[in-house]
Design a protein around this ligand. Structure first.
Ligand code: CA
Length: 227
């Protein structure tokens, strides 16, 4: 995880860098608004920690311009103790969270973790195919307005099919990646077929459009409509 820290005070910047690196984050420091703007544009970061009180181009200006240009990276702003207007302005300008200086380092870490989690939730932790949706955080699976109650194994199986949707999934792949059996010493074909049948009943039985299809002699494919 890469974090860009935009902070002009050398001591604070250095303390942040050391503290974050101790938590295994990769840290790049920018000491002016211009430099921060340049880095945020030129490189890819998972998060930006942005001090609002910067010489020259201040934090709000940097943030507003970055957001206007479409940057979606989460931004945590650092603001002075009683600058309430700054906080409001910061959030209005597209910051995701703020922290008031001086702050306790564990608090900063907690906020950073929360923002990184949130970022990932929006992007990756939800799988979809047609009206079928799987939330990997809450482990809730829905099709249309209907909640599907899956066993742990069915969930894993469906997750695998969703991650490989529109691709042929063989029984060998399921044996290796879902059942985690390295060899085919004990053929699992019957076990797999039984689980697929149960899963298909839950996913497809009540719906006109079928999602899980058997490709005879080869395996399975998850897609909208016949393969
Ligand atoms: Ca400052």
């Amino acid at each position: 995880m890469r974090i860009l820290v935009v902070e002009d005070e050398t001591k604070v910047a250095q303390a942040l860098k050391e503290g974050l690196e101790a938590e295994h984050y990769e840290v790049v420091i920018a000491k002016t608004g211009e430099e921060g703007f340049f880095y945020a544009h030129a490189e890819v970061f998972d998060l930006v920690v942005l001090d609002l009180m910067l010489p020259g181009r201040d934090g709000i200006e940097v943030l507003t311009t970055l957001r206007r240009r479409g940057l979606q990276t989460p931004v945590l702003i650092l603001t002075a103790k009683d600058a309430i207007e700054d906080r409001v302005l910061g959030l209005d300008s597209g910051a995701d969270d703020y922290l008031i200086k001086p702050f306790a380092f564990p608090e900063l870490l907690a906020r950073i973790r929360a923002l990184l989690r949130r970022g990932r939730t929006d992007q990756v932790l939800r799988l979809k195919a047609g009206d079928l949706e799987m939330d990997l955080v809450t482990r809730k699976v829905t099709r249309g307005h209907q909640v599907l109650n899956l066993t742990a194994r069915e969930f894993e199986l469906l997750e695998y099919l969703l991650r490989h949707q529109n691709q042929l999934v063989s029984r060998e792949m399921l044996t290796r990646d879902v059942w985690k059996e390295p060899s085919r010493a004990t053929p699992l074909d019957n076990v797999i077929d039984v689980h697929i049948a149960r899963l298909r009943k839950k996913v497809d039985q009540d719906f006109a459009i079928k999602l899980i299809h058997t490709v005879r002699g080869v395996g399975f494919i998850l897609r909208e409509g016949e393969p």
